[in-house]
Design a protein around this ligand. Structure first.
Ligand SMILES: [Mg+2]
Length: 245
């Protein structure tokens, strides 16, 4: 039996609930953009763009989806998709290219300001503090949260944004990148995440241990996979593994 040396964590819906923040970020940064642009045009005594929150937001989404198909290697690089979609939308609305680039970047700055306002589960910080005494820790996310500005950043000396690697999970690349930076063999590492397809299966197939955060009690589990309902139950899995050694 090998010794566990490292634990890698998914972030969204593993260490915090992501839904509310994502909805506020989606709505908030686009509303901010339209209001800031309207004020900008107003001071310049120029006509305000004909974009509305609903129609413009729908067009923004469609542009992102289209771009992800046209440039499939960027499909998981959500910041890139959003920037390019906003730039194209603003240019289509008649903004000069330089202004379109500036306002798209400003909107994404607002996006990231809102996106990091996640509330980790109350147990997360204490859990990570205790785990860091025994294990190397890393984060592997498919999301585009700002990895240095997120509230648990200090616990993760290694943090991988898989979309920016152009290899979103379940691609094995982000897992292998994390293991290489931690200098740990897969069998000495565990990945913890809420997605069966993106977290559990790729980690298990690489030979890592995997902990699935899920309420689905009846699912049959392959070797090295454990299920818990909440991150706070992770110590009991680690204890069980330690006792088997
Ligand atoms: Mg997740």
């Amino acid at each position: 039996m090998t010794t566990l040396k490292a634990i890698t964590f998914d972030l969204d819906d593993t260490l915090w609930d992501n839904h509310g923040v994502m909805a506020r970020t989606e709505e908030g940064h686009y509303r901010w953009l339209l209001e800031a642009l309207a004020a900008w045009h107003d001071t310049r005594q120029e006509p305000i763009l004909k974009l509305t929150h609903d129609d413009g937001g729908y067009d923004y989404l469609q542009r992102r989806q289209q771009l992800a198909k046209q440039v499939p290697e960027r499909r998981g690089d959500f910041t890139w998709l959003r920037l390019r979609a906003l730039e194209a939308q603003l240019e289509t609305q008649g903004l000069p290219r330089s202004a379109a680039l500036m306002w798209a970047a400003a909107a994404m700055n607002e996006f990231h300001r809102l996106r990091v306002q996640v509330t980790p589960h109350p147990e997360a910080a204490g859990l990570l503090t205790a785990l860091a005494e025994r294990y190397q820790l890393a984060a592997i996310t498919n999301g585009n949260i700002h990895l240095q500005r997120q509230p648990l950043a200090a616990y993760f000396p290694v943090a991988i944004a898989a979309g920016e690697l152009l290899a979103p999970k379940p691609d094995p690349t982000p897992f292998l990148t994390a293991l290489s930076r931690l200098n740990v063999a897969p069998e000495c590492a565990m990945h913890v995440g809420d997605s069966w397809q993106e977290d559990v299966l790729p980690a298990q197939q690489l030979g890592m241990h995997a902990v699935w955060i899920s309420a689905m009690e009846d699912q049959a589990l392959p070797p090295r996979v454990h299920r818990i309902a909440h991150i706070k139950e992770l110590p009991s899995v680690l204890q069980w593994l330690e006792n088997r050694r």
